[in-house]
Design a protein around this ligand. Structure first.
Ligand SMILES: N[C@@H](CCC(=O)N[C@@H](CS)C(=O)NCC(=O)O)C(=O)O
Length: 219
């Protein structure tokens, strides 16, 4: 058994599982993956031994359990990567933490109307509320790229937790066809070109569980 174990859901549907998985991959941390199929009759029973919230993702490290995607990313950065998960300058770090918290806690229409589904490639016309949310994400992305992105193509130049938190958004924007400014489109393409994001998507596409659309409010 490896020192780190990450409990995740279906790659096709589990947007939050993708975030810490990507961080561990990008920083080359070796870990065992424990995958539990969501939305089955026995899912809660299978999650019970690992997850206090009965949700994924969960990180298991020695006798420590961390649940919730952003808390896991924070833990990995602070306790494994010596803080390297966040940008090093205080101003960038404050901004990166803010956009990460915002995508984690807000955007109910995006999470409900455009759930992650790696297999989807069709146009779902966004409601006015969803259009507003897409515009807010577009503004965040282009603002971060302008202010902080000079040292690379990620949101803060080099890769950070903020990119992990937006990786599932990139999958959804690509799948459902979000209209974005050209700066945001470039950033979207950077995420979609990331080899680990491509790996996640291709593994998700190979899964055979039922369509996520029925679980839009929970995935
Ligand atoms: N705030 C949590 C949300 C976790 C969450 O909702 N996970 C979904 C999958 S992406 C889940 O486990 N759903 C199972 C269920 O609701 O039964 C996080 O960021 O990790």
């Amino acid at each position: 058994m490896k020192e780190f174990r990450l409990v995740i859901g279906n790659k096709n549907y589990s947007s939050w599982s993708m975030c810490p998985w990507l961080l561990l991959k990008m920083f080359d941390v070796d870990f065992d993956e424990i995958q539990i199929t969501l939305y089955q009759d026995n899912t809660a029973e299978k999650l019970g031994p690992y997850s206090p919230s009965l949700k994924v993702p969960v990180l298991l490290h020695r006798d420590i359990t961390v649940w919730d995607s952003l808390a896991i990313c924070e833990y990995i950065s602070a306790d494994i990567l010596g803080g390297a998960g966040w940008p090093s300058s205080p101003k960038r770090r404050a901004s990166a933490r803010s956009v990460s918290a915002e995508i984690h806690s807000e955007f109910p229409a995006l999470k409900h109307d455009w759930p992650m589904n790696c297999k989807a490639s069709f146009r779902l016309t966004p409601s006015a509320t969803l259009l507003n949310e897409i515009a807010r994400i577009d503004a965040m992305w282009s603002c971060c790229r302008h202010r902080f992105g000079e040292n690379g193509n990620y949101l803060y130049g080099r890769f950070s937790i903020a990119d992990c938190m937006f990786a599932p958004v990139a999958v959804c924007f690509d799948a459902y066809g979000a209209q974005l400014s050209s700066d945001s489109n470039s950033y979207l393409q950077t995420l979609l070109d990331n080899p680990f994001i491509q790996k996640w998507i291709s593994l998700g596409r190979r899964e055979r569980e039922p369509l996520a659309i029925a679980y839009a409010s929970t995935a």
